[in-house]
Design a protein around this ligand. Structure first.
Ligand code: ISE
Length: 347
C-alpha cells in the first residue's frame, strides 16, 4: 500500500504502551502507518521512530497533534495527560485512540464529553482493549445468545504479577480496576449504581496503607450484581478472567490457550507475565478495527461516554475506599450523541 493511501497516525508516549501500539501499526495493522511519535524523552522517541520507518519526532505532544501531516492520534502517555491531549485532538478535529483511563477523574472526563458534544461528532475512542479479546468476546456472544439465560451476576478477577512501589490504593482503581468496571458495563449492558470497596495490604514494601488486594461489590441500574477482585501483587503471574452467572447457567473465559507440559508427574501451563503478553491479540484487533473505522468515517469502539461512565464508578469506588461505606454512583444521562451506541459486541 502506498504511504499516501495509509492513515498517518501520530503516537504520543513511547514507553511500553506507545511502543506496543507503534509496533502493531507498523508491522501488523493494514491501512495506517506511524507518521510521527512524541515523547519528552527524545532519545527513546527517535529510536522508536527509526524502528517504524523513520517517523517524525516531536518533543511536544501538542505540536504533534497540530501538525498537518498527522491525521489521527494515539495517546499512550501518562494517565494525567490523557484528558488535556484528547481535548487538543478535538480542538484540531482529529480522531484519537486514547489509552485508559480517559482522564484522572470523572470531572476531567466530562470536559472531553462536553467538547465532543459541542463539536457534534464522536472522535474519541478509549483503549478498553478487553472488548476485543477473543475470550471476552466469546463470553459476551454466549451471554447475548441467551446461552445462560438472563445474566444476574458478574464476577471478575484481575491479577498483576507485581507492580512497582509508588502506587496508591486509589491508583489501583483508576489505573487497573477501571478495566473491570468497563467489563461490568459491557457484559451486563447496565450502569453501575452502587459500589462497596474493601481491601488489605499484602505487600508491606508498597507501604502499609496501600491496599494491593481489593474487593468491590456492586449493583447495577437493572438490579444485577457484580464482584471484582483486583490483586496487583499476585506474585504468580498476570491473569484476567470473567464469569457471568445467568438464570440458567454460567459462562466464563477459558484459561490461557498455551500448551500443557506434563513432566515429573505434574502438568503445567505458562501464565503470562503482563497485559502486553496476555492481551497481545486484543491490542492488534483493537488497532486494526480502529483504523478500519476511521476509513469508514468515525471510531466505533468504546467512546468518550464509556470513558466518563467508568470514571464516575471509579470515583465512587475511591469514595467508598476512603469512607468504608457503600457509595452511590451519580451518573449523568448520556447526551444524544451517545444515545445509539449500545454496549454490544464490536465486530
Ligand atoms: C495497566 O495499566 C493496564 O492497563 C493493564 O491492562 C492492567 O491489567 C494493569 O493492572 C494496569 O496497571
Amino acid at each position: 500500500m502506498e504511504d499516501s493511501e495509509q492513515i498517518a497516525v501520530g503516537i504520543i508516549g513511547t514507553g511500553g504502551m506507545g511502543g506496543m501500539h507503534a509496533e502493531n501499526l507498523h508491522s501488523r495493522v493494514v491501512g495506517a502507518r506511524v507518521a510521527a511519535v512524541a515523547d519528552l524523552d527524545t532519545a527513546r522517541a527517535e529510536k522508536l521512530a527509526e524502528e517504524c520507518g523513520y517517523a517524525a519526532v516531536f518533543q511536544d505532544a501538542v505540536e504533534l497533534i497540530r501538525d498537518d501531516s498527522v491525521e489521527a492520534v494515539v495517546i499512550a502517555s501518562p494517565d494525567p495527560t490523557h484528558a488535556p491531549l484528547a481535548l487538543e485532538c478535538l480542538k484540531n478535529e482529529k480522531p484519537v485512540l486514547c489509552e485508559k483511563p480517559l482522564a484522572d477523574s470523572a470531572d476531567a472526563a466530562l470536559k472531553v464529553v462536553e467538547a465532543e458534544v459541542e463539536l457534534g461528532e464522536k472522535l474519541v475512542q478509549v483503549g478498553f482493549m478487553r472488548r476485543y479479546d477473543p475470550q471476552h468476546v466469546a463470553v459476551k456472544e454466549a451471554v447475548e445468545s441467551g446461552a445462560v439465560g438472563a445474566p444476574v451476576l458478574f464476577k471478575g478477577w484481575h491479577r498483576n504479577a507485581g507492580l512497582a512501589p509508588g502506587i496508591t490504593s486509589e491508583w489501583v482503581i483508576i489505573n487497573a480496576t477501571i478495566h473491570d468496571i468497563d467489563s461490568v458495563r459491557w457484559f451486563l449492558g447496565q450502569e453501575i449504581e452502587e459500589v462497596y470497596v474493601r481491601g488489605v495490604n499484602t505487600e508491606p514494601e508498597l507501604g502499609e496503607d496501600v491496599w494491593d488486594l481489593q474487593l468491590i461489590q456492586l449493583s447495577t441500574t437493572g438490579g444485577r450484581m457484580g464482584a471484582i477482585e483486583t490483586y496487583v501483587v499476585s506474585g504468580y503471574g498476570y491473569e484476567v478472567g470473567v464469569e457471568l452467572v445467568g438464570e440458567q447457567g454460567t459462562v466464563h473465559t477459558a484459561p490461557p490457550a498455551g500448551a500443557v507440559v506434563r513432566r515429573d508427574r505434574a502438568a503445567s501451563q505458562r501464565i503470562e507475565d503482563n497485559w502486553l503478553e496476555r492481551f497481545h491479540t486484543a491490542y492488534v484487533i483493537e488497532m486494526q478495527q480502529w483504523v478500519e473505522s476511521l476509513g469508514n468515517g468515525r471510531p466505533t469502539g468504546p467512546d468518550a461516554w464509556d470513558g466518563y461512565a467508568s470514571l464516575v464508578a471509579a470515583d465512587a469506588c475511591i469514595a467508598s475506599l476512603r469512607s468504608g461505606s457503600p457509595q452511590r454512583v451519580a451518573m449523568l444521562e448520556p447526551p444524544a450523541l451517545y444515545g445509539d451506541k449500545g454496549l454490544g459486541v464490536i465486530r
